[in-house]
Design a protein around this ligand. Structure first.
Ligand SMILES: CC(C)(COP(=O)(O)OP(=O)(O)OC[C@H]1O[C@@H](n2cnc3c(N)ncnc32)[C@H](O)[C@@H]1OP(=O)(O)O)[C@@H](O)C(=O)NCCC(=O)NCCS
Length: 147
């Protein structure tokens, strides 16, 4: 998969704090008009950038993942947001970002990955199911993946 992405000049790197504004600027359109930017304050990019990723093609932002290792739960990690540019979906880019994050988790001794989405976001629910997450349905959809 990484080879295919390389052929398309799609590159993934660790995030930097300076990526914050670009991420925020694309979120409403990538989330189909839902403005979730208040759920992603700048502190995530200031304190968790080395467990977060940016995907670019020719310098254009086409994907990101913001995640972190739980400070309180030593065997857990959390993926707070993932977003892929609408024109680049269903090309396994989201899956590749999750796999990169899982790899960091394994290296850091984390065996549980959690995430959460809204029940209205059926695409995200299906994506997480494909990525091996178990679903708890409550007012929010909470996911858990055991590595
Ligand atoms: C959810 C999202 C991140 C998926 O990214 P993606 O790059 O399109 O996902 P992938 O191509 O890697 O898909 C991985 C698997 O999930 C499936 N999948 C992905 N999106 C899906 C959808 N909307 N409906 C059904 N299945 C989906 C793929 O078919 C693939 O399955 P496969 O392994 O059988 O081929 C992307 O649609 C997105 O950015 N959505 C808007 C933001 C969002 O909702 N983020 C999640 C909450 S924070």
């Amino acid at each position: 998969m990484d080879e295919t992405l390389t052929q398309k000049n799609i590159r993934t790197r660790l995030a930097q704090p300076s990526d914050y504004e670009r991420i925020i600027s694309v979120m409403p359109s990538w989330w189909n008009g839902r403005n979730l930017t208040a759920l992603l304050p700048e502190l995530f990019l200031l304190h968790f950038y080395d467990t977060s990723f940016i995907v670019e093609q020719g310098g254009e932002l086409i994907g990101f993942l913001v995640g972190f290792m739980s400070q309180s739960r030593q065997d857990e990690a959390y993926i707070h947001f993932i977003g892929i540019h609408p024109d680049f979906r269903q090309q396994a880019i989201g899956a590749a970002l999750y796999e990169r994050f899982f790899e960091i988790c394994r290296r850091r001794g984390r065996s549980i990955v959690r995430a959460q989405t809204s029940p209205v976001n059926t695409g995200s629910v299906k994506f997480h199911a494909k990525m091996g997450f178990q679903v708890e349905y409550k007012d929010k959809v909470k996911f858990t993946k055991y590595l």
